[in-house]
Ligand binder design. Structure first.
Ligand SMILES: Cc1cc2nc3c(=O)[nH]c(=O)nc-3n(C[C@H](O)[C@H](O)[C@H](O)COP(=O)(O)OP(=O)(O)OC[C@H]3O[C@@H](n4cnc5c(N)ncnc54)[C@H](O)[C@@H]3O)c2cc1C
Length: 489
């Protein structure tokens, strides 16, 4: 679908026409809200916006890849990677927790091999979840009578409307098109757009090329031992790779598996003193763990009990304490908080037991390149002894990076001062109601953001159960702001 009424091929010479079309499109009943990025965050934000805005309001969902309702996590891949969250907790809607499970039982039933029932619950594949998201989006498009429209476009920059006093944004797209929008929602994820890859070193672990053209018996090195490493190992194994896999990280910590759901643990109440210091918080959490253990309740229930508190606790930490958490605690937090599906954990254990997979504690010092070969020089942790390993390929699975060097729209917004980094440089700074904050510390008008791109502000907004809440909140706030503006006008 194409938004003829609001877009125009252009460049500088088409600016007058842009202006006319943009003007024609700024009637509240005509123009819409534009969501940039159609991964999980953008897709659910578009659906929630459609539900909260007046029925006449169009919502446009733009996606540069042309693949809507997928994103990196739920892309259509050849490998049946499993979700790392139980199906019971993967509904796209917080107010309808059974939505995904019902879909699995109806449309999803034709893919029984994509749903694994384990003692810890049902785990669907990520590509099946992508189908669910697509189906959910298309159902909303149908119900709304086409008021959600899909645009295959990469948005490069946001410009102010050409006429003084006008609200909204003009979105400049890579192909030269301009889109007029009353409000813009950024849902671009926080993976850098351009990550260097060649035949030997792959900084983008998600590109299919990272695992193609391999000698099935020569070593592969993965830098990082988190969930991305787990995915890569499973994909290598599934495609018949039988050579040594060496995964390297400073602490060598590997994500813990899910277990059968047991009794829950009540959310703790932390004192003000504990809330302001990472050290005291860790002491308080250890006390909770001991108290739970005394009642035969495991650590998983305690970690899960922290989930509704995490954003508030993160917000309460001074910047230096957040930095301390990122430096020292994050690896331990991540492996307990973000767990693997049991079948993935079992395969990993088997490959470790038979020596195919080695987890090494080390910090990469240098990668020396030869033809079709890399020598990774690393310092063993904690001893610091220098060692080296040779491999046909080195894949970096070091997790989410800050957006500073992400390129594209986010870099343009930061460079122009329309947005600023959060205190840790992990993503964009936003208000508690998800309004983007500019370089002067002011809340930008009609510009919003959600999902991992705002993780520096909320910390706990990476996974579906958290992003769906944000999407609902954002849609309510945006609808309210637009209604207030319309009333003031
Ligand atoms: C591999 C992986 C597995 C995961 N597994 C789970 C899981 O099992 N359960 C769970 O709850 N969570 C999981 N997560 C976490 C969570 O689901 C993701 O963080 C979430 O899907 C992020 O969605 P997003 O839309 O914000 O970002 P992305 O998925 O990165 O999507 C952003 C989209 O924006 C597009 N885009 C970017 N810039 C532009 C632009 N300028 N113009 C147009 N389009 C643009 C991109 O092409 C992309 O499609 C996983 C994450 C990853 C990476």
């Amino acid at each position: 679908m194409v938004v003829q009424a609001k877009t125009v091929a252009g460049g500088a010479s088409a600016r007058t026409l842009d202006n006319q079309i943009a003007r024609a499109g700024t009637e509240p009943s005509e123009t819409g809200v534009v969501v940039v990025g159609a991964g999980f965050s953008g897709t659910i934000a578009a659906i929630q916006l459609r539900r909260h805005l007046p029925v006449t309001q169009n919502v446009y969902l733009t996606e540069r890849s042309g693949s809507f309702a997928r994103g990196v996590a739920f892309a259509h891949t050849t490998t049946a990677h499993l979700l790392n969250v139980r199906a019971a907790n993967m509904s796209a809607f917080a107010d309808d927790p059974g939505h995904f499970e019902r879909w699995l039982g109806t449309q999803g039933a034709q893919f029984p091999e994509e749903q694994l029932r384990t003692a810890a619950g049902t785990f669907a594949t990520r590509r099946l979840y992508g189908k669910y998201l697509e189906a959910t989006l298309h159902s909303e498009i149908a119900v709304s009578g086409g008021k959600v429209e899909l645009l295959t476009e990469e948005v490069l920059a946001l410009e102010a409307p050409l006429e003084a006093g006008e609200d909204g944004h003009l979105l400049r797209c890579r192909g030269g098109r301009t889109i007029a929008a009353q409000a813009v929602v950024l849902a671009t994820g926080n993976l850098p757009a351009h990550r260097p890859c060649d035949d030997v070193e792959f900084h983008d672990p998600w590109t299919p090329k990272a695992l193609t053209g391999l000698d099935p018996h020569a070593p592969v090195i993965i830098v990082g031992t988190g969930l991305t490493m787990v995915d890569l190992v499973l994909a290598l194994h599934t495609q018949g790779f039988r050579g040594p896999i060496i995964a390297l990280s400073r602490r060598g910590l590997v994500p813990q598996p899910h277990e059968a759901v047991g009794p829950s643990w009540p959310a703790p109440v932390f004192s003000d003193a504990a809330s302001g210091s990472v050290l005291r918080l860790m002491q308080a959490i250890r006390a909770e763990l001991r108290a739970a253990a005394a009642q035969n309740i495991g650590w998983r229930a305690v970690i899960d009990s922290l989930r509704p508190l995490t954003a508030k606790l993160w917000r309460g930490l001074p910047a230096a304490e957040r930095a301390r958490f990122l430096r020292h605690i994050r690896p331990y937090w991540d492996i307990h908080r973000h767990r693997t599906a049991p079948p993935a954990a079992e395969l990993l254990n088997r490959l470790r037991a038979n020596g195919t997979l080695r987890i090494i504690r080390g910090r990469v010092a240098e990668v020396r390149r030869g033809p079709g070969l890399a020598e990774v020089i690393y310092n063993e942790c904690p001893a610091g002894v220098g060692k080296s390993l040779a491999a046909q390929r080195v894949i970096y699975a070091t997790g989410l990076q800050g957006v500073r060097d992400s390129g594209g729209l986010v870099a343009a917004l930061l460079a122009s001062g329309q947005a600023r980094l959060d205190g840790q440089g992990l993503g964009l700074d936003v208000t508690q109601t998800l309004g983007v904050i500019d370089s002067h510390g002011k809340t930008a008008r009609n510009l919003w953001a959600l999902g991992p791109i705002v993780r520096g502000v909320f910390w706990e907004c990476l996974a579906v159960p958290d992003i769906r809440l944000q999407a609902d909140q954002l849609a309510r706030e945006l609808a309210l702001a637009m209604a207030e503006e319309a009333a003031a006008f």
